[in-house]
Write a new protein. Structure first.
Length: 365
């Protein structure tokens, strides 16, 4: 008889609550962990221990518990899902590492170079564990907390790439995720963690439309629609050029990356669109009402330092020219008065600044 796995979800934001509800629907034991503060909403969740999903996925059920003590969340747990923004990886990992046990699966949703960061932090602390570290390309859906215990799923992705290190455990990780998300999202294996990191579509979809509409967003932050207003035919063309730079990095590292347009069609539905502008204005687009992103939203403050910076530095190592990615990093740093190269997810923080490209690829397999 197949063993019933136990789960912990670290993070109680939109994605974290949604994933908890998905696991609870299956009747599996799942603990929720909140790393920051016990809000009134979180106190209600701790008392009632229920999470529900509505919209594109209707699911939900009972949690084993909700806690602010990470040791309680992960003790004797088979699968640990980390569902937080990339800027929260370091503090979460610092709390998690002392409690990791051999045999556990750590799945970072989305990856955003979290696997490399976790490995480097474990090495720095002299901690060795026989664990599997996995990453997804993206969140499985676009979602928002509706009420304290209900998450609205606006649009689920039909397929999503995931990769593990060691890569020999890819099949087991894919099976775990396909069991949780059965009937909703189909997970398939990527080559390695680096392929997953470079395939994150947010690095193409988010920064340029903000930078090239900066004044319009600054004047109308609550009504500006990132995709419908922000992606014009010309801006779409520049995004395509930026995506080509990302694909060139992948080719130089012998990675099989997908174009961002191909990913959109795989996630939300095929059509004849040849550009981002055509896709976001198509019936398949999930982006018609995405509003309220200001000029210091995560579209710049997370995606530029967390995705564009490491891509730019990997390109330098692989001798690939990336003028648009580099311009995106420099311009965002200038506008925000922040040196995102030094504060972001640079290769030094990932422990790979002094490694050759082939060594980096091997490290993520």
């Amino acid at each position: 008889m197949k063993k019933k796995l136990t789960y912990a979800v670290l993070g109680s934001g939109h994605g974290g609550r949604a994933v908890c509800g998905q696991i609870a629907e299956k009747g599996y034991p799942v603990m929720m962990y909140e790393p920051l503060e016990e809000t009134e909403d979180y106190l209600k969740i701790r008392q009632e221990k229920e999470i529900f999903l509505d919209g594109d996925i209707r699911a939900g059920g009972k949690l084993s518990g909700a806690t602010m003590a990470i040791e309680e969340a992960v003790k004797d747990t088979d699968v640990i899902l980390i569902v937080v923004p990339s800027f929260a990886h370091k503090p979460i990992f610092a709390k998690l590492i002392p409690h990791l046990m051999d045999g556990q699966h750590v799945i970072i949703v989305p990856g955003n170079y979290g696997g490399l960061r976790l490995k480097e932090m474990m090495t720095d602390r002299g901690i060795e564990r026989n664990i599997t570290i996995s990453e997804t390309v993206s969140l499985p859906y676009a979602c928002r907390i509706n009420t304290y215990n209900t998450v609205m799923i606006y649009k689920k992705k039909s397929q999503l790439k995931i990769a593990s290190s060691p890569s020999r455990n890819n099949t087991e990780t894919v099976d775990i995720m396909n069991d949780i998300f059965a009937g909703h999202v189909n997970f398939f294996p990527g080559k390695n963690l680096l392929e997953v990191d470079l395939d994150n579509p947010n690095q193409t979809l988010h920064p340029l439309p903000v930078l090239l509409n900066y004044g319009g967003i600054e004047n109308n932050p609550e009504t500006f629609r990132h995709y419908m207003d922000g992606i014009t035919p010309l801006i779409s063309e520049k995004m395509m050029h930026m995506d080509e730079e990302r694909l060139a990095i992948g080719r130089a590292l012998s990675l099989e990356l997908m174009s961002t347009l191909e990913q959109l069609k795989m996630y939300y539905g095929e059509n004849d669109a040849k550009t981002y502008y055509e896709y976001v204005n198509s019936p398949q687009s999930p982006y018609t009402d995405v509003i309220g992103h200001h000029v210091r939203s995560r579209y710049l403050t997370e995606d530029v330092p967390g995705l564009n910076v490491p891509a730019m530095q990997l390109a330098e190592k692989a001798a690939v020219q990336t003028p648009i990615i580099e311009l995106t990093v420099r311009l965002t740093s200038w506008l925000h008065n922040v040196d995102y190269v030094s504060t972001g997810t640079n290769l030094m923080k990932l422990g790979i600044a002094n490694k050759m490209p082939e060594e980096i690829v091997s490290l993520t397999a």
